[in-house]
Design a binder for this molecule. Structure first.
Ligand code: BES
Ligand code: ZN
Ligand code: MN
Length: 500
């Protein structure tokens, strides 16, 4: 992630490779562009020619559009990037500013040092602008042997041009964006380089470095304590499963929160094998785990007044002679017997064990996140996560998501979906007993809810689509792992720490 700093240098005099300023689109029907945040001093330096020049270059000021121009000595930085913020009469949303900053910084890849003036006139934009700018400077090149001569590395240094010293904001954004970068890196890492034992080792190492308490249950420990769900899913793989526990315990915590994240390092579907096309994307089936671990790293630095314990089950879902099968009845952690009907609905099986274990700590809140169902994408698309659980908590997560720009939408847990999951021979069925795929995402939510102890306020966030951007980059979101819902989890934890 880029180095972040702040300066009060006049926009036209900053020593940098490029400067980012804002522009607006003119009244509807006109082809005008108007000066936006930070653009005034640049226009003056260019003898009032900025908007005319931008128009000649095709700029319209629409949201996220980036137009670069060379100032040929008129400003200290040789390049100005003008990013569109939409109509001048509508005050841009924080998320518009975040995306605009991200788009600008992506367009400036190859430059080393960039000044950003987008928040120079509005204090409430400092955080989103910094966040979007830093998140736009992400790239994943670990598996490229040689970078081509045309390769343009992400911007290495961002200088915020705004009033105030902003040390707190710089520090906070640095912590958050590093957590997001860890998440994205893990998601983008191929599954042969991140099997459960390695993933657990990396989580332990990083958590230790952050002063967190870590415990890793290996196969023998899982067996000893009866984690039948995690073991069943992991038993088809030559790489054994793990359950990672990471604890953050401040002095005098206001309350306690459990986090749970799905860590399937690769999901073939198992014996109920998935079609070949697109299966490679199932290396991202540990996005929930990555997000939860990274959230712990962030809060260890931000230090909210609330105890947080993460439980992260890790397994590889493979078909083999030792794999679990459709029709098997397995005994979950805690003793409940589950009839497996489709080995590809493995997430809820590892998560059920982790949720039951997390509830033994008697947290006030339990928040789980997972790439649980393709049904989430069918219902809400690629960019909106589905949230199921205690209604008030779901609303709170939706609100937190609207503040972070990570869209979240509450979904119901209907009684008929639950009754459809009664098993003829075991305590409960893993999916609808008649293989009815209707309300597919809700079935996942219902199953997980059955594992939550009475009285715990809980939520399940299905991030199957939003955690992995399979299309091209936009705003501050790169192709591949996105880091959703790390910033929302942190926001929610801070909200709970502040308000209970
Ligand atoms: N990991 C998948 C869900 C998924 C699908 C994540 C697409 C990301 C993108 C999950 O384990 C799965 O296979 N779910 C099944 C459940 C079904 C068998 C009840 C699904 O969604 O079809
Ligand atoms: Zn899966
Ligand atoms: Mn699956």
């Amino acid at each position: 992630m880029p180095q972040l700093s702040a300066a009060h240098t006049p926009v036209d005099q900053l020593n940098a490779d490029a400067i980012v300023v804002g522009i607006h689109s003119g009244p509807k029907g006109s082809d005008q562009v108007l000066l936006g945040p930070g653009a005034g001093p640049i226009d003056t330096a260019l003898n009032g020619q900025l908007t005319k020049t931008l128009r000649a270059l095709g700029a319209t000021g629409s949201v996220g559009e980036v137009t670069k121009l060379a100032t040929l000595g008129a400003t200290t930085a040789p390049i100005v990037a003008a990013v569109g913020l939409g109509p001048a009469e509508e005050k841009p949303l924080a998320e518009t500013m975040r995306r605009a900053a991200g788009s600008a910084l992506r367009a400036l890849a190859g430059a080393d040092k960039v000044g950003i003036a987008l928040a120079s006139e509005e204090e409430s934009w400092i955080r989103p602008v910094l966040e979007g700018a830093a998140l736009g400077c992400y790239d994943f090149t670990e598996f490229k042997s040689d970078l081509p001569a045309t390769y343009r590395a992400p911007v290495g240094e961002i200088i915020l041009l705004a009033s105030g010293d902003n040390a707190n904001e710089l520090n906070r954004v640095d912590i958050l964006t590093q957590a997001v970068a860890h998440t994205r890196n893990w998601i983008n890492t191929p599954a042969n380089h991140l099997r459960p034992p390695q993933f657990a080792d990396q989580a332990r190492e990083l958590a230790h470095q952050h002063g967190l308490t870590v415990e890793v249950l290996d196969e023998a420990a899982l067996l000893e304590h009866g984690y039948g769900g995690i073991l069943a899913v992991g038993q088809g793989s030559t790489a054994a499963p793990r359950l990672v526990r990471i604890a953050y315990q401040p002095e005098n915590p206001r309350t306690s929160i459990a986090l749970v994240g799905k860590g399937i390092t690769f999901d073939t579907g198992g014996i109920s094998i998935k079609p070949a096309q697109g299966m490679q994307d199932m290396k991202t089936d540990m996005s929930g785990a990555a997000s939860v671990i990274a959230t712990m790293l962030a809060i260890s630095d931000l230090r909210p007044q609330v105890a947080v314990t993460a439980y992260v089950p890790m397994a590889e879902n493979m078909p083999s002679g030792s794999a679990y099968r459709p029709g098997d009845v397995i005994t979950m952690y805690g003793g409940r017997k589950i009839e497996i009907l489709n080995t590809d609905a493995e997430g809820r099986i590892v998560l059920g064990d982790a949720i039951t274990r997390a509830c033994e700590d008697e947290p006030e809140y339990l928040i789980e996140t997972s790439t649980l169902t393709g049904g989430q994408i069918t219902a809400l698309g690629h960019r909106v996560s589905g949230v199921m659980g205690t209604p008030e908590l779901c609303e709170r997560i939706k609100d937190a998501g609207s503040r972070t720009g990570e869209a979240m939408w509450p979904m119901p847990l209907p009684d008929d979906v639950k009754s459809g999951m009664e098993s003829a021979i075991a305590d409960f069925s893993q999916i609808n007993a008649g293989w009815d795929r209707a309300g597919h995402m809700l079935q996942g939510g219902v199953y997980l809810g059955e594992c939550v102890a009475e009285g715990v306020k809980w939520a399940h966030i299905d991030i199957a689509g939003p955690s992995n951007n399979t299309a091209s980059a936009y705003g501050y979101t790169p192709k591949g792992g996105t880091g959703v819902p790390v910033r929302t989890l942190v926001e929610l934890i801070e909200d709970i720490a502040a308000a209970g």
